[in-house]
Design a protein around this ligand. Structure first.
Ligand code: AQP
Length: 331
């Protein structure tokens, strides 16, 4: 049986958090043998909020080094920068012509980001899900591993695929989201009602994958919990503690009931320290490897070049097909 295709991406919009890691990158690694995997740096997406050019450039290399350090293997998977494959922007234009503004205006991320960046509510911010649909549909993607925050955007990608296929003829595969059972939405350490985001203004709200042990311990110590002093999973009434238990389970490999037992009768101090240590133990070797990769820019560039060529070959086939179907004359 032919392998199914997986596509996913992270924006180099900041240093990835442990939310990005468990919601996406960690799961990508495990999929490499079973699927044809295509993993991208979503650099065009970052332009939807203001970026400092030199920082964006550096963060893009850092994110690539992180992918590789986490175990993404460019011999098995296609790894590339979105901006290197111009067909992403081209397909976005075509899909824009079958997308209605109302569909985009009701997106939660658009509403949140419009609130957080009130001085820069630009067309790109509104169009973010259409570029994401183009990313996915260009490669005949079957499965998209993402955190739960991206589910709504994936629905748009599915709707656009179906709409195009109905208007012309079957062209796009209708993609399915793959959302992890545990860790699909890691919450902010400062406000457990909000998801953890790499661009949060409060640095104590997130753990970056590059944080050292001291920072990790400090941030977990300050994490918002409750006044009960009972380590119990209850997402309704104990959001902060439940979030920490989820993180502990994901990073220590222990189940949540086992973790609850481990901290029976103990205070939040011991619990928070154990969570911090479990996270630091996973992140330290990844960071070491990432720094090694970053020191070899030539290698990183060669990975991007190979990925660009592989992705462009596939993307070009699809865009030609799309242009033909909609009636554009061949060059
Ligand atoms: N808190 C989270 N828990 C689990 N998964 C998460 N993801 C994001 N936050 C969490 C997943 O990470 C992948 C990459 O996300 P992205 O970089 O494309 O953008 P995002 O979803 O907007 O992530 P951030 O961290 O909130 O970025 P900023 O702050 O720049 O907007 C996606 O699969 C996402 O679901």
């Amino acid at each position: 049986m032919e392998k199914k295709t997986v596509f996913s991406a992270v924006q180099p919009s900041g240093v990835p958090t442990i939310g990005n890691y468990v919601g996406s990158i960690k799961n990508w690694v495990a999929m490499q043998d079973e699927y044809n995997c295509i993993y991208s740096l979503a650099d065009l997406h970052t332009l939807t909020v203001k970026q400092v050019p030199a920082e964006l450039r550096q963060r893009s290399y850092e994110l690539l080094a992180l992918y590789l350090a986490c175990g993404i293997d460019p011999e098995k998977s296609i790894v590339f920068a979105q901006s290197h494959v111009h067909q992403h922007a081209e397909l976005t234009w075509v899909l824009n012509t079958i997308t209605y503004p109302g569909e985009l205006q009701r997106m939660t991320q658009f509403k949140d980001k419009s609130r957080n960046h009130a001085d820069n509510i630009n067309m790109g911010l509104l169009d973010y899900p259409v570029l994401m649909a183009a990313d996915i549909l260009l490669y005949g993607t079957d499965v998209v591993p993402v955190g739960i925050d991206q589910k709504q955007h994936l629905e748009i990608a599915r709707d656009l695929a179906v709409r195009f296929n109905n208007r012309y003829s079957p062209t796009f595969v209708v993609p399915e989201p793959l959302i992890p059972k545990v860790g699909a939405k890691i919450m902010s350490l400062q406000d457990p009602d909000k998801k953890m985001s790499k661009s949060d203004e409060n640095v104590n709200a997130f753990i970056s994958v590059t944080d050292g042990t001291d920072d990790i311990v400090r941030k977990f110590k300050r994490a918002v919990t409750d006044s009960e002093a009972e380590v119990r999973f209850d997402e309704e009434n104990k959001k902060g503690v439940s979030n920490l238990l989820t993180i502990y389970s994901l990073f220590s490999g222990k189940s949540i009931p086992d973790a609850e037992k481990e901290f029976e009768g103990k205070g939040y101090g011991d619990f928070k320290l154990a969570v911090a240590e479990s996270v630091a133990a996973v992140l330290a070797p990844i960071n070491q490897e990432k720094n090694k990769m970053l020191a070899d820019k030539g290698y990183l560039q060669s990975v991007l070049k190979k990925g660009m060529e592989q992705a462009e070959y596939l993307a070009n086939k699809m865009i030609r097909k799309v242009y033909k179907k909609i009636g554009l004359i061949e060059p």
